[in-house]
Each structure stands twice: as structure tokens, then as C-alpha cells.
Design a protein around this ligand. Structure first.
Ligand code: GRF
Length: 208
């Protein structure tokens, strides 16, 4: 059984989708811990209710980013994970942390990367007049929201959309593509070729 640790900061709907897919699709894996940087992260309750170890490493307890990163790395490492999944984890992780888990740490970002890394992606997409938006699952590298892309979803931007309606449409696709990517990782279906993550059997890495 592969061991999965999920990092969250809030609601945790992507974490829920991952936990549900793991159980329903009988992945050869177990979500062994959900770790949050805030005690009030709602997702911690879902984890507890599903018998998953829920841990908080509060970033506010640390005077420096390095101190927080070191404590978080220790907490993550204590679960000996094969995969570390960032799912709405809202702290920037330093290079040392990223290097510890590089190649087995994924993130989901609510934009079509490389467009709109960072915060307020939907607002920025609307402001730019984008006709489509979406989400990206990528390997985590030291550069924020920048690693090789495993899969992207594409949704239309509709007339009258605001941040909330666009976020809702994108989020529904996040709950599909993140579990798909994790399943592929567990099955060894993805390979890094020339800096890109490619499906070995040519499956579509786009969800429309
Ligand atoms: C998602 O839109 C995710 O892409 C972004 O933060 C949001 C987290 O939502 N990184 P949730 O906590 O998974 O519901």
C-alpha cells in the first residue's frame, strides 16, 4: 500500500475528492494523514470523521518560514509518504522543503498554468477577458505554481460570470483531474520526458 499525505489550509474539498476516490476506486494506497497549517481548517474534521489522522502544524507558532518548513517537513516525514498532495495549501514552501519531497509532491492550481500563478486566479482571468479557464495539476518545484503539468481541465468563461461562479465551475473539474492524476501516479503511468510529464500510453491529459 502506498502512503499518501495531504496538506490543506481550509475547506478541503479536493482532499475529500481524493479520499473518496481512494476508497471508491480501491487505490492500492491509503491516505495516512491530513495536515493543516491552521487549526480551523474545516477539512480536518472530515479527515477525523473518516478515521484519518488529522494534524495541525500552525504556521503562526513559528517566527520564520524556515522554522515552519522544518516542523512541517518533520510532520510529513513522520508518516513516510510515497506521495504528498497539496490541496488548497496556502503557504509558500521553501526550496529545502520542496527538495525533500520533489518528484512525489503534487499541487492543484485553479488556472491554466503558466497563466495566473499565485492568488486571485479567477479574478485575474475575468479581468484579462479570458474565454476559457481551468485548473492544472503539477509537480511541485521550488518556483511557485510552476512545475511540470500532469493534467489540465478547461471550462468556458460564460457571460455574466463572477469570481464565485467561475470558481465553482473550475472546482468541479478539480475534483475530477486531481484524483485522476494521483491514480496515474500510483499506477506509474506518468513519466518525466524532457521536463514534461507524459502519459506512457498516450491518455489525454486534458479534461474538457
Ligand atoms: C482550490 O481551488 C485549489 O485549486 C486551490 O485552492 C482551492 C482549495 O479548495 N489551490 P479546497 O480547499 O480543496 O476546497
Amino acid at each position: 500500500m502506498k502512503r499518501i499525505v495531504i496538506l490543506i489550509s481550509g475547506r478541503g474539498s479536493n482532499m475529500e475528492a481524493l479520499v473518496r476516490s481512494c476508497a471508491e476506486e480501491k487505490w492500492p494506497a491509503q491516505v495516512v494523514a491530513v495536515i493543516a497549517n491552521r487549526a480551523d481548517a474545516a477539512g480536518l474534521q472530515f479527515a477525523q470523521m473518516h478515521g484519518i489522522t488529522a494534524v495541525c502544524v500552525p504556521h503562526r507558532d513559528f517566527g520564520s518560514r524556515q522554522g515552519f518548513d522544518a516542523a512541517l517537513a518533520e510532520a510529513v516525514q513522520s508518516f513516510a509518504p510515497d506521495l504528498v498532495l497539496l490541496a488548497g495549501f496556502m503557504r509558500i514552501l521553501g526550496t529545502a522543503f520542496v527538495h525533500k519531497f520533489e518528484g512525489r509532491m503534487l499541487n492543484i492550481h485553479p488556472s491554466l498554468l503558466p497563466a495566473f500563478p499565485g492568488l486571485h486566479t479567477h479574478r485575474r482571468a475575468l479581468h484579462a477577458g479570458c474565454q476559457v479557464s481551468g485548473a492544472s495539476v503539477h509537480l511541485v518545484t521550488p518556483e511557485l505554481d510552476h512545475g511540470p503539468i500532469l493534467m489540465q481541465s478547461v471550462v468556458p468563461v460564460l457571460p455574466g460570470d463572477d469570481e464565485t461562479s467561475l470558481a465553482r465551475r473550475v472546482l468541479a473539474t478539480e475534483h475530477v483531474i486531481y484524483p485522476t492524476c494521483v491514480r496515474w501516479m500510483l499506477q506509474g503511468k506518468l513519466a518525466l520526458k524532457d521536463g514534461r510529464m507524459v502519459h506512457r500510453e498516450g491518455a489525454s491529459q486534458v479534461w474538457i
